[in-house]
Ligand binder design. Structure first.
Ligand SMILES: C[S@@+](CC[C@H](N)C(=O)[O-])C[C@H]1O[C@@H](n2cnc3c(N)ncnc32)[C@H](O)[C@@H]1O
Length: 442
């Protein structure tokens, strides 16, 4: 593709992403994949260039909105692209209006005008929300979490994420990492916290790798690996994974359990559960029972009633705003608002209370989210404890569980409640992730 055609393609793709974002429909990564699948003629360099524009603009969206407002221009996709090029590769602006049927149309007078004014913009004067691409609904929670460290934390949440893998001990059978990855082992380095985790040193396509197709490795961020270990899923345990999704944690727990015991994996999404079924086959996990469940209604009582007070572990990996994974999905932040955050926290509270009923005495309720917002984390746990009879639950110190389940020194928490674990990219070089372990006393 010619450079001009790449620009047009990026504008078209971004337009689609913006539309779907407004409708809270398909996320950017799904749209990007679909876009390229329909354009087989796009080579790897084209894909890299187009994705570079798209994600670069998504990561600076609030900043470009702010700049365009300062200049009296509308925050359209085309205007954001013009600002982006002016900042990063002004030479490419010459492709607008080029003699090429695929080129974007020539810059019109208003655009030429704001381009001239753009040179006078003081980018350092941008408010923190614009500079770090923060949506209004998340700012109070981010300030509570990070206080003076907000700028550093927010900058880190706006970067690109690394790729981590977990060696699947069910299939690796004691093989060393070099044996599992063969000649590609040197492309990875050991994770800091997770005992089975490795981080890719650079971009790598694992989809076609034999270690992946043979189930020897799983793609999983280090934070999720740590959280799965802290469940302390022991061989022979009876576990309910209430929001199992496509089974990232379920598979890690099945491996810790050495295929002994039982994991009941529930979710409302048939698509995610069908992906879990494929993954468990590939991973050789034989202790997982998959159950689709309705979001609400009597079906849930029928499913969970017989389990009341019987489970060793109940994992509530709750649906959340995903603020901790903004690095991977930079459009995610624009899909929520104050009302949907509130609805999400109410659902999290309901799921935690529901899961609590099926934990046995001495068993553990493990609440986790991939969010850094206290509203979805400590506040949900505090409200749950307040709703329970006094002394019914003990909030366990994650450091004590870490000592039993993970090697090395426990990561220092950023949680407002010191017993809980809160990880964040700037401090731990992992996704943002929260975990609280509650033991049933009575
Ligand atoms: C954070 S994701 C789970 C990720 C998964 N545990 C993993 O490790 O890959 C949250 C999941 O909750 C599911 N969910 C949403 N509402 C639910 C409900 N009422 N009951 C059970 N699952 C629900 C979503 O479909 C989604 O798969």
């Amino acid at each position: 593709m010619q450079p001009a055609a790449r620009l047009s393609a990026a504008i078209e793709l971004l337009f689609d992403i913006e539309e779907k974002m407004a409708a809270k429909a398909a996320p950017a990564d799904v749209l990007v994949t679909k876009f390229f699948r329909a354009r087989r003629y796009a080579g790897s360099k084209d894909k890299r260039a187009i994705s570079g524009y798209v994600y670069g603009i998504l990561r600076a969206r609030a900043l470009y909105h702010w700049a365009l407002k300062e200049l009296g221009a509308k925050p359209t996709v085309r205007n954001m692209m013009i600002v982006h090029l002016a900042r990063h590769e002004s030479d490419s602006l010459k492709h607008f209006g080029e003699e090429n049927p695929f080129a974007p149309t020539r810059l019109h007078e208003e655009e030429e005008d704001f381009l001239r004014k753009l040179k006078r913009i003081d980018w350092h004067a941008a408010p923190v929300e614009a500079a770090y691409n923060l949506p209004d609904w998340a700012v109070p929670g981010l300030k509570r979490r990070f206080s003076k460290g907000l700028a550093t934390a927010a900058a880190s949440l706006n970067e690109t994420a690394p790729l981590d893998i977990r060696v699947n001990s069910l299939k690796a059978n004691g093989k060393s990492f070099d044996e599992v990855l063969k000649n590609d082992a040197e492309l990875f380095e050991k994770n800091e916290f997770s005992c089975l985790g490795y981080r890719a040193k650079g971009p790598i396509n694992l989809g076609a790798h034999p270690a992946f197709s043979d189930g020897l490795i799983e793609v999983q961020d280090e934070a999720a690996q740590v959280a799965s270990s802290l469940v302390d899923a022991f061989p022979g345990a009876q576990i309910v994974d209430l929001c199992a999704g496509a089974g990232g944690k379920t598979l890690a727990m099945a491996a810790s359990m050495e295929n002994r015991g039982q994991i009941h994996a529930f979710d409302i999404s048939p698509k995610r559960l069908s992906s879990l079924k494929k993954r468990m086959q590939r991973a050789g996990a034989r202790t997982i029972q998959v159950h689709q469940i309705a979001a609400e209604g009597a079906g849930r009582e029928i499913a969970f009633g017989p389990m009341e007070g019987k489970m060793d572990r109940v994992v509530v990996d709750a649906p959340c705003t995903g603020t901790g994974t903004w690095r991977r999905s930079p459009d995610q932040r624009w899909r929520f608002d104050e009302a949907s955050l509130k609805a999400q926290t109410a659902l999290q509270g309901r799921l935690l209370a529901e899961g609590a009923k099926i934990v046995k005495q001495g068993g553990r309720l493990v609440y986790m989210t991939c969010s850094v917002l206290p509203e979805e984390n400590e506040d949900v746990v505090t409200a749950f404890l307040a709703s329970q009879p006094k002394g019914a639950w003990q909030l366990m110190d994650y450091k004590a569980i870490w000592a039993e389940t993970l090697p090395g020194k426990p990561a220092e928490t950023l949680a407002l409640t010191p017993e809980c674990l809160q990880l964040a990219p700037h401090a731990h070089d992992t996704d943002g992730f929260f975990l609280a372990v509650l033991e049933r006393v009575a």
